[in-house]
Design a protein around this ligand. Structure first.
Ligand SMILES: [Zn+2]
Length: 178
């Protein structure tokens, strides 16, 4: 009996380990996909900037970054920040982090950087923050779903009202015809 229990426990652990790994790989693939989408959007924006600069050149006009290229530059800033976030999330999946001093990848729990020797802060508070962020995201998604459901119900009511109005209308027409 004890042996069977141990065996079941072992099998459960192996299964949980494997499915955790699969989940992490799926998450990483998703993050990498997001990163490559952002990179391609950034390249499109670079192209857009180049085109605008060349157009200014053909018109012999001065280019003003603040006025002419602000939108593209802001979009690139946002996309780049998202890529950075994805990279950090991938590092966390692998229990790694970036040394804040030399930016090399090191173990999440390392006390010192093995590249530059910088002392590392233990980031317990950040984990809590990430969890809270997730639940906020979940909450936002729930709210969106609720709104969509409510909208659908409203649409149905509207359609129903329209149908009954149409019916009333045609009934009126018939009675007028009679
Ligand atoms: Zn370092």
């Amino acid at each position: 009996m004890d042996f069977l229990n141990k065996l079941t426990k072992k099998a459960k652990e192996t299964y949980e380990g494997a499915s955790k790994k699969t989940g992490e790989l799926a998450k990483e693939a998703k993050l990498r996909m997001k990163m490559s989408e952002n990179k391609s959007e950034i390249n499109d924006l670079y192209q857009e900037i180049g085109k605008k600069v060349y157009e200014k050149h053909t018109l012999s006009e001065e280019i003003n970054i603040k006025i002419d290229l602000e939108e593209e530059c802001t979009k690139i800033d946002v996309l780049s920040a998202e890529i950075e976030t994805c990279l950090n999330q991938i590092r966390e999946l692998k229990d790694k982090k970036q040394c804040p001093k030399c930016f090399n990848e090191i173990d999440l729990n390392a006390k010192f950087c093995n590249h530059c020797g910088a002392k590392q802060e233990v980031e317990v508070a950040r984990e809590v923050e990430v969890i809270q962020q997730d639940s906020t995201l979940e909450q936002a998604q729930n709210d969106i779903n609720k709104n969509i459901e409510q909208k659908e119900v409203n649409e149905e009511i509207k359609t129903d009202m329209k149908v009954s109005k149409d019916e009333t209308q045609s009934n009126n027409d018939e009675s007028q015809n009679n």
